[in-house]
Every structure is written in structure tokens, then in C-alpha cells.
Design a protein around this ligand. Structure first.
Ligand code: MN
Length: 226
């Protein structure tokens, strides 16, 4: 079976202050993400070493070839490792809307009408998650357009539909915001827009999506770029 490792963040724990606080970032990364990595490393030896996490998660819900216990591990911990590995890279201390590439902004305007409407739709979805889960902005390879989705627990949209590619995601589990924002999830969601790494999002769109490449994450938690 493959061996999974907790990635390093590309910034300090206090790098996203005052939007995301250092204590939450440290616990979220060192304790929560580490627990998903640990759980994922209990996959059975029937999982081949060479298979990528993305391949394991794509269409997972309909994959009957995989052992039920491994499927349960992948749903919880595989999703946890993939989602968090993406999430850390969706964030940046040097966030700026200016980093949104021209072609990505055209995509947003085509699919949502305006950037403001896009943000409003994402925020509504993120607020609407009942209990623990994620809000996602995904590209659908079948309709060749983007949309907002939510997922429960550590599920990722690709588990249901392998035509989907994550462009951006926000963790709305309470562990992601409760120390600083308490029950005010909407304030945490608002703060998120001040730390989005638009360089990475633009790169996923232009390099992975437009070139029909999968959004792979290495076993040690880094997005695969050329
Ligand atoms: Mn989390």
C-alpha cells in the first residue's frame, strides 16, 4: 500500500493572521490533518503502491472493486488528506484578487455573471453545510463549466463524479474556525476571501483543467504541477 505523509505549509502558522489565527492553523495542520494521514496509512495491503490518491478517490462511491473497509478508510481519511492538502495550497498570506488570471475571470463571469455573484453563491453554500463538511468551486468536465457544491464530512465531489475537478474549497468543520470565530461561521467564510491563493487557483484552471490533466496530490500532500 502507498505511504502517506503530512505536507509542510508554504507559510507560517501565523501567516494568515488576522483572518485565520495561528493557534487554529497549527492545531488544524498538526493534529487534524495528521490524524487523517495516520488513518489513511491503515489501508490494507491489497491497495497497490503505485496508485495515486486521486485515482483511489475518483468515483469511489461507485467503485465495487475496492474492499469495504478500505473504502471506508478512503471516504474518511483519504478525503481528509486530499482535501486538506488542497486547502493549505488554496491559502496564501499574499492573497490578491489581481492574481486571478484573465482567462479564469472570464470563466467566473461566464458561469456566474460577476465575481460578486460567484462569491455570494459560494458563501451561501458554505453557510448551508449542516454539521461538518466543505464548500467547493468545481469544474465539470462534462458540461465544461464551473459550479458550487458542498460535501459532507471529508467527502470530496470527485468521489461521486470523476468528471469534477476542485478549483477551490473551504473547510467549514468547526475545527477550522471555532477558536477565533466561535459560532460565527459566516465571519470565517468572509475572512477566507482575504487569504485565497488565486495564483494556485488560476494555475489549476489553466494548467490542469484546460490541458485535461487530473488534479493529483502526491502521497506527501502537494499538488502535482508541471
Ligand atoms: Mn479540517
Amino acid at each position: 500500500m502507498p505511504k502517506y505523509i503530512l505536507p509542510l505549509l508554504g507559510y507560517d502558522y501565523d501567516g494568515l493572521e488576522p483572518y485565520f489565527d495561528a493557534e487554529t492553523m497549527e492545531i488544524h495542520h498538526k493534529k487534524h490533518h495528521e490524524a487523517y494521514v495516520k488513518g489513511l496509512n491503515t489501508l490494507s495491503s491489497s491497495v497497490p503502491e503505485s496508485i495515486s490518491l486521486h485515482e483511489l478517490l475518483s468515483g469511489l462511491l461507485k467503485n465495487d472493486a475496492i474492499d469495504e473497509n478500505d473504502k471506508s478508510i478512503l471516504l474518511k481519511f483519504g478525503g481528509g488528506h486530499y482535501n486538506h492538502s488542497l486547502f493549505w495550497q488554496f491559502l496564501s498570506p499574499k492573497s490578491s484578487k489581481e492574481q486571478i488570471s484573465k482567462i479564469l475571470m472570464e470563466r467566473i463571469e461566464k458561469d456566474f455573471g460577476s465575481f460578486t455573484t460567484f462569491v455570494d453563491s459560494f458563501n451561501k453554500a458554505a453557510v448551508s453545510v449542516f454539521g461538518s463538511g466543505w464548500a467547493w468551486w468545481v469544474y465539470d468536465r462534462s458540461s465544461k463549466s464551473t459550479k458550487i457544491m458542498i460535501s459532507k464530512d471529508q467527502m470530496n465531489p470527485i468521489m461521486e463524479d470523476s468528471n469534477l475537478v476542485c478549483l477551490l474549497g473551504l473547510d467549514v468543520w468547526e475545527h477550522a474556525y471555532y477558536l477565533k470565530y466561535r459560532n460565527q461561521r459566516a465571519s470565517y467564510i468572509e475572512a477566507f476571501w482575504s487569504v485565497v491563493n488565486w495564483e494556485v487557483v488560476s494555475r489549476i484552471y489553466e494548467e490542469r483543467i484546460l490541458n485535461l490533466l487530473p488534479l493529483e496530490v502526491t502521497n506527501d500532500g502537494y499538488i502535482v504541477f508541471d
